[in-house]
Write a protein that binds this ligand. Structure first.
Ligand code: C2E
Ligand code: MG
Ligand code: MG
Length: 883
């Protein structure tokens, strides 16, 4: 099994390769069965043909022997007849007898001629034939005789027979010689009886010698024929047996080979059927069985590969099945469980015993128990199984609060549905997260109140309902007064805590059907639905103002925030959400303008105020380039000497239509719009240039105090601006004081301290303006590089009448001194206030008592008057002079 994910590549050909074999057996083994059967047939045909050949050969030999034997009897008879006719010729002297003798003697002579020719290394067959035929033999016997003679004339009996024959020839030649003598004597007529007797004796002697020769010859030939027959028989039998044995051995070998191959194959097939795929049948022959074995091995190798791939796929599937976070179950059409993973069991907490039954219906029952309404679930499941072809998706809500996602799809083989696969995923967390996100999208993270989006939705719905019912809807726009100060001075976490408290208080005042929403920052919107009349709204709003204004303790500070609320009512102040919001917003601004901490019903005339603000903003944007700003300077007087020691530069806007506009009317707007940055830079530059001039005019190092807004302070190039301005104006740095507010310090303490230090390193001094109105303690302030404190005018104003203001002022002065800080009192208007401050050793004072802010051109005159008055000991006259 290959676990790596890729299928094994098995060698295909190598497995069944035949082992090459040498020799005849090897060669024969390589031949096909047809060749082998042909070979066996050939062997048997050869046996038959050989036997036939042997038989033919034997018969030809036999014919030869028979012909020679027949020839011998003819020869013997002719020799006897020749002797007879010769003897009668000698006695009767009848020429006919002699002629007969000649005819008879020609026969032995013919045989002799044939034999003599045959004896030559290369013989003439015609001569032989002529001789043997003359010897009385049949011409058709001649070839057998020739064959026998040529093959065996040197062997055994035939050799002996031929020797005997030659012996006879000698006698025949003597007979012929004797006959010739007789014939010659008779023809000459001089054959005497004695001679006759003599010659006839010789003839008889010859004849007598010939008879035993003939007997021997016949016996020898007979012996030869008999032996030959035995030999031939033996050869035939031996040869036949040998060939038969060889043929049998061959066919046995071939059939055994075939049988072995087939048996091996059969055994292999059985093992494969039993599942053994490791098998590899050795290929021993190269015939059809060898081919079959190779094909068989290939087939097994193929199956092995297929099995390997199957195992691999199964392993991938089962690993995947067990590593997925989904619970999976596969059930066949009969409801039997085909497959499931552990996760399924865990998700549904199904007992192992139930899973082991393999019964899908039992598992369904177990699953159903996890639902509030098990029957409804089962019905749904049955319907799902009835719709075999369908894929489906569903969210399941379990009794225990979990939410599962169910995916179900038919399982198919070749397009036919054979079961169903169901997967279950626990999406509880996801669903919770979704719900959370949904809530986040519609709620404010800080207060958990509905946000703008949800508010708009609810408002639209409320309006829709009001349209149907003919009821009223009230929209309250609520903004916290001076919230920015709290945020800036106490930090954002305090601000957040405050907002949460306010949100809770507002929610407490609203009815169930109402919506309290946070729009951002310190702005809240409340929708009061199904309102009968304005009195109801008024009561709720009053309660809200009261509730929100109650003191809140945050980080041991007791804070009081007041709300400014604008109210618009549907359908009077707007037909749609946007119109109503705008109306409520306008009314809210009106409430702020009315002194904060109150509420205002929208009235159409308020739109004019809004337009005014817009116009102001528009004008402010152009004021710089139109040179509509100027600076007034208010003297700073040393309480000890009564002399003018400095001046605070205060901006004035000369509006083309409105005349002179004071800072409180436009500085907040400038801060809001960011225009304070260029305006502030202009002020600093202008103050330094004019301040330098004033110093020259007065002939003393007059302090020039310039207000820097928080927004300006956060701007990262303030240090550069100060450096540049000092260089450009030539104002000695130690005569410049930058006034910052407590909120500037609170906003970003570490960074602020660093910037202040850098500015101070230039020689410039830092004052904290309006001290006491913020929420910072003195000890907090001292963590910063500060030189001066300016006590806010609000404390100085009631100094004489209000004991607590007097106490605070005294405490501030005393503490400041202990921290080596200079103290300036703002808003000094009376002799009594000055006397109080002098008693407490406040360093400097600023206020109408000495002089109101005046343009630079008038400052020298004012300062001269104050100084003179000081010298005269009468500050009051100086005031009178200016006022
Ligand atoms: P501040 O810095 O505390 O300035 C003193 C304010 O008190 C001035 O008002 C001044 O005219 C007023 N004042 C001085 N003596 C008396 C007095 O005896 N009685 C009364 N009732 N008021 C007195 P102003 O010029 O209207 O300025 C208001 C505020 O506007 C300033 O308060 C300062 O915070 C801001 N401001 C003025 N000029 C600038 C400026 O160039 N840049 C920035 N960022 N703020 C400025
Ligand atoms: Mg100031
Ligand atoms: Mg001030």
């Amino acid at each position: 099994m290959n676990e790596s994910g890729c299928s094994p590549k098995l060698p295909v050909q190598a497995e069944g390769q035949r082992a090459p074999r040498g020799g005849l057996r090897g060669w024969f083994g390589r031949q096909s069965i047809r060749v082998k059967i042909n070979a066996i047939t050939l062997v048997y045909v050869t046996i038959i043909l050989s036997l036939l050949a042997i038989a033919a050969f034997a018969s030809s030999l036999n014919n030869g022997v028979r012909a020679f034997a027949q020839g011998e009897s003819l020869w013997s008879k002719a020799q006897k007849d020749a002797v007879h006719y010769l003897m009668r010729y000698a006695q009767l002297r009848d020429e006919n007898d002699y002629q007969k003798y000649l005819r008879e003697i020609a026969i032995p002579l013919g045989d002799r001629a044939g034999r003599l020719e045959l004896h030559k290394p290369s013989y003439d067959y015609a001569v032989v034939e002529r001789g043997f035929v003359a010897g009385g033999n049949a011409p058709e016997d001649v070839p057998y005789m020739v064959s026998l003679y040529r093959r065996f004339h040197n062997i055994g009996d035939l050799k002996r027979a031929i020797a005997i024959w030659n012996e006879a020839d000698v006698q025949i030649l003597q007979l012929i010689e004797t006959a010739d003598q007789i014939h010659a004597a008779i023809t000459a007529g001089r054959l005497s009886a004695q001679r006759e007797r003599q010659l006839l004796d010789r003839v008889e002697q010859i004849n007598a010698r010939l008879t035993p020769i003939e007997i021997r010859f016949t016996a020898t030939l007979g012996e030869a024929a008999r032996r030959m027959r035995v030999l031939v028989l033996m050869v035939i039998v031996g040869f036949a047996l040998a060939l038969l044995g060889g043929g049998l051995a061959l066919s046995t070998w071939i059939s055994r080979q075939l049988r072995t191959g087939l048996m091996t194959l059969r055994a292999g097939t059985r093992r494969v059927a039993e599942g053994d795929l490791s098998l590899q049948i050795p290929v021993t022959t190269q015939d059809e069985i060898g081919d079959l074995t190779l094909a068989f091995n290939d087939m097994i190798a193929h199956r092995r590969r297929a099995e390997g791939q199957l195992k691999h796929t199964l392993s991938v599937l089962s690993t995947t099945l067990e590593s997925t976070a989904d619970g999976i179950i596969v059930v066949d059409l009969a409801g039997r469980i085909v497959c499931f993973n552990q996760r399924f069991v865990e998700l549904w907490e199904i007992p192992k015993s139930v899973m082991l039954t393999g019964d899908g219906n039992l598992v369904q029952l177990e699953v159903a128990r996890k639902f509030e309404d098990p029957e409804a679930f089962l019905n749904k499941f049955r319907a799902l199984y009835a719709a075999v072809e369908q894929e489906s998706f569903e969210l399941l809500q379990l009794k225990d609060g979990r939410v599962f996602e169910r995916n179900s799809r038919p399982q198919r083989i070749d397009g036919t549905v054979i079961g169903r696969v169901c997967s279950f995923r626990d999406v509880t967390e996801r669903k919770q997260a979704e719900a959370h996100i949904q809530k986040m999208a519609h709620h404010d993270a800080l207060t958990q109140l509905p946000n703008r989006a949800l508010l708009m939705d609810r408002l639209d719905m409320a309006l829709e309902q009001a349209r149907r019912n003919g009821s009223l809807v009230a929209l309250l726009m609520l903004d916290l007064d001076h919230f920015k100060n709290i945020n800036d001075s106490l930090g954002h976490s305090a601000g957040d805590q405050l907002l949460r408290t306010v949100a809770a208080r507002l929610s407490g005042c609203a009815r169930k059907t109402d919506t309290v929403a946070r729009m951002g920052g310190d702005e809240f919107v409340i929708v009061l639905t199904d309102v009968k009349n304005r009195d109801t709204v008024e009561r709720i709003v009053q309660a809200m103002v009261e509730e929100v204004s109650a003191p809140i303790v945050i980080e041991s500070h007791e804070l009081v925030v007041t709300p400014s609320i604008g109210i618009s009512v549907f359908p009077d102040d707007g037909a749609h959400a946007t119109g109503l919001l705008k109306s409520a917003d306008t009314a809210m601004y009106q409430a702020k303008a009315q002194g904060r901490g109150n509420y205002q019903w929208f009235a159409p005339r308020m739109m004019l105020a809004v337009d005014e603000r817009l116009e102001l903003e528009h004008g402010l944007r152009r004021a710089l380039e139109r040179r509509e700003f100027s600076l007034d300077y208010q003297p700073l007087v040393s309480i000890k000497t009564g002399q003018v020691v400095g001046s605070e530069a205060l901006i004035r806007w000369h509006h083309p239509r409105r005349g002179t506009v004071l800072p409180r009317s436009f500085i907040p707007l400038a801060e809001e719009t960011g225009l304070i940055i260029p305006i502030g830079a202009w002020v600093l530059r202008q103050a330094c240039i004019e301040g330098k001039r004033l110093q020259a005019q007065l002939g003393k190092p007059l302090i020039i105090s310039v207000n820097i807004s928080t927004r300006q302070f956060r701007q990262d190039n303030l240090l550069r601006t100060v450096e540049d301005v000092l260089e450009e104006s030539g104002l000695p740095p130690h005569t410049l004081v930058l006034e910052i507010t407590e909120s500037a310090l609170a906003a970003n303490p570490q960074e602020t301290a660093a910037v202040l230090k850098n500015i101070r390193d230039l020689g410039v001094r830092i004052a904290v303006d309006d001290f006491g109105t913020g929420y910072s303690s003195l000890s907090y302030i001292t963590r910063f590089p500060i030189d001066l404190l300016k006590i806010d005018a609000s404390f100085v104003r009631d100094l004489i009448e209000d004991q607590s203001d007097a106490a605070i002022t005294s405490a501030i002065i005393a503490l400041a001194h202990s921290l080596k800080l200079e103290v300036v009192a703002e808003g000094v208007e009376t002799q009594a206030q000055l006397a109080f401050l002098r008693e407490r050793v406040c360093n400097e004072a600023q206020g109408f008592y000495f002089g109101k802010p005046v343009p630079a051109a008038q400052f020298s005159t004012l300062a001269g008057q104050i100084d003179r008055a000081a010298n005269d000991g009468s500050a009051a006259s100086a005031l009178a002079g200016v006022g």
